[in-house]
Design a protein around this ligand. Sequence first.
Ligand SMILES: Nc1nc2c(ncn2[C@@H]2O[C@H](COP(=O)(O)OP(=O)(O)O)[C@@H](O)[C@H]2O)c(=O)[nH]1
Ligand SMILES: [Mg+2]
Length: 443
Amino acid sequence: MLEDLSGKLESTLRKLRGYGKLTEKNIADALKEIRRALLEADVNYKVVKDFIDEVQREAVGEEVLKSVTPGQMIVKIVNDKLVALLGTSNTQIKSAGIPPTIIMIAGLQGSGKTTFTAKLAAWLQKRGRKPLLAALDIYRPAAIQQLRVLGQSLNVPVYDEGIGDPVRIGMNAVSAARKQMCDTVILDTAGRLHVDEEMMRELVNVKNRVRPHEILFVADGMTGQDAVNTASEFAGKLNYDGVVLTKMDGDTRGGAALSIRAVTGKPIKFMSIGEKPNAESIEAFYPDRMASRILGMGDVVSLVEKAQETIDQEQAAKMEERLRKNEFTLEDFLMQLQQIKKMGPLENLLGMIPGMGAQMKNVKVDPKAFARTEAIIHSMTREERNKPQILNGSRRKRIARGSGTRVQDVNQLVKQYDQMKKMIKQMKGRSGKGLRGMPLNFM
Ligand SMILES: Nc1nc2c(ncn2[C@@H]2O[C@H](COP(=O)(O)OP(=O)(O)O)[C@@H](O)[C@H]2O)c(=O)[nH]1
Ligand SMILES: [Mg+2]
């Protein structure tokens, strides 16, 4: 799977790892090769551009840790960006509070919907579920027959009415599932060779009337850019929940896998491999596993992660010490923000800290604000960071200019910092036993 891309990225990064010191030219050359490899793999042009820009930005800004080489650091950056591109985390399919869960499968003709319907049934069976398949592709008798045969081979009931109204078939299938104590209904819908109005209308009708809990769009991974374009059109009209990439066993160049999430904003949920309808021929999609499969450098990635963890721990310990002495400066503030940024969406994190939700309500930090904050603090002198009280009007003006922000932004940042400092003091007073054990990393 994606051997071509994988091979090219691996050899580029391996070269980079070999250097003890990286020059700007080394990095630029490597990025050029990575860019070419991605374009050859048919990854969307705009996606490639953003990807390379981000890797470059980080490669230049990143501090190199003592225990790893610059090359290893870049491997880690490329890996992280790849994970982000593929979707960050695994996304499960929803299930209904009251069964049956209704899953609708949509996509172009020949993309692999019916095959995937059967594979998903097998996959669910293996996890103790009882699926029922519904034949909503009523335009070709052969399609109904195909589903019947697949159902039989898996010992899964198939509901069909021959040629009829897809909406009614869908609703009747749900009733049939209830009667037969099936907890999941999979709707195998009709596709066409190209996106057309009538097909979309039919699918939207099924969506509105049968009310699936989950709609999966099936994309033929072999078709690269075309799959991405179709996925966008379906997303606009049907607003599905997730993507299934099929035919990932063929000589797929990988473009669809790497572009679809960025272009449609929808997560990839499954990958389908091979024509055999069994549970082993689909895989739940895990962006981090996929990234490490593509790069083939899991060892380096975990090495760098270890080194980073150590640094984080050292920093946290240092911070604790400083807090105890009441020396929380803007420099610390920045470090804390950077730690938070590494951990993903802030809302989730804050929700996890007991008693923190209410306190942090007024401290809103969106990703753009993060970048702004970093820029502002970077534009300060060391003295200013360590003694924010000296930040008078003219200094603030200079900092705003230097960081490409407005004086109001600088003012706001200083206010935020003051708030945080106050909050830390309060918490310190309350905990009594000092700060040991407090999740400082989260602030
Ligand atoms: N190699 C490979 N072939 C597949 C895969 N999924 C489906 N196919 C084949 O693609 C063709 C179309 O599949 P089908 O499920 O009928 O597509 P549908 O029209 O969307 O229902 C069939 O010949 C399948 O055997 C897959 O993951 N790998
Ligand atoms: Mg079909």
